[in-house]
Ligand binder design. Sequence first.
Ligand code: GRF
Length: 202
Amino acid sequence: KRLVVLVSGSGTNLQALLDAVAEAGPAAYGAEIVAVGADRDGIEGLARAERAGLPTFVCKVKDHGSRDDWDRALAEATAAYEPDLVVSAGFMKIVGKEFLARFGGRFVNTHPALLPSFPGAHGVRDALAYGARVTGCTVHFVDDGVDTGPIIAQGVVEVRDEDDESALHERIKEVERRLLVDVVGRLARNGYRIEGRKVVIQ
Ligand code: GRF
């Protein structure tokens, strides 16, 4: 299976996928990353892709006359690599109807909180501020809401009294990277069905 991964930052989830494919080999893992896309330049996630010898593309909202134009450009840039599965690994933009028309049902996102709790761009900060005693991460299919698509898997992380946002986020990311590698591999190898809000991996 062909994967395109979308990033906006450090790309440690991308790196975990790259390492998993390299370690097992694409056939055994069930997928290989064929390209990495981003919404901005100069991020470590793109550097990681380049170090891995992968093609990259950048679609910046400000380079397009409208959000819909950006969404279409992102969809076309992604489609050029003919992915079977698209993975948002820290991609910090909400895609629009064109992208979902093409990749809905095979577009996966990882979120650093236990959805439906704490959706949006500050899930770690919000869980901490709320005083949650456990939080974690969620891998889910992307639908037309914000972090509302069918949940595939979740991992639980305890919140410690001494945690600040970055300490907690780093601890969540340790679980998140393993969860994402496991889920993406299973989706690619086994195939899956989405039945309403339930995801059945064969
Ligand atoms: C991940 O925790 C992701 O869930 C969140 O931002 C972080 C991205 O980390 N949206 P990285 O870029 O994969 O290191």
